[in-house]
Ligand binder design. Sequence first.
Ligand code: ZN
Length: 270
Amino acid sequence: MNNIKYYDTHAHLNIEEFNIDVESIIEELKKEKIIINCIAVDIETSKSSIELAQKYKNIIYACVGIHPTDGWKYKGKVNETIKELEDLIIKNKNIIICLGEIGLDYYTIYKGSEIDKEFQQELFRKQLDLAVKYNLPINIHNRDADEDLLKILKDYKLQKVMIHCFSSNLESAKKFLERNYILSIPGIVTFKNAKNLHEAVKEIPLEKMVAETDCPFLTPVPFRGQINKPHYVQYVVKEIAKIKSIDEEEVRKILLKNSIDFFQIKIDDK
Ligand SMILES: [Zn+2]
């Protein structure tokens, strides 16, 4: 695909219970000139993300990894699971552009989940080892875990770190920006009540952000109540432009460039 206009850095097309019609999404992506990262949350979705990227070259890009709240499936077999993930990375070097989503989610612990902090941290660290070993960018899931997340990341020599679904306040943004991480802004930015995020977006340099949908979750305004789709990333870009009072076309171009540079995508512009 040439003349790409948008890049959705975080989309799930492979979550089975949503029964997503991938073909119709591909048609929309082609029409609107959008490329996307298909994000994984476990071994199964890592495999399907690779398959989708193989099938829809230059439109879908594959990310692999184990989400902190999906990690419980692998309790008691972490080493075998990490080995399986590593084998996928080795076999699909040319297809996989990023490790994600990986990270920490302490919110689910408060909600009574069975995954404890220690286990999440172990799984996270082992995946960071892979990121370093294979020189892969990472797409981070972080919920209520800023402090431990920053502490752990400090132990690794990582090339590129992206904080997925950044929806916190300016103070939190500053901690990530100090480390030169990229913040991926979701559809939450279109919500009227996301005042702290609006304030943060106003201050975060455009060069340090990208846009995402996290579809099928977090549908932006004006599509609330419906399933989220990757091409709604346009509404995220539009809102960022509005908040920063910068021309939308300029914002679109900069965010696209940031994403392409971060994931080192080679655009085939034949
Ligand atoms: Zn996600």
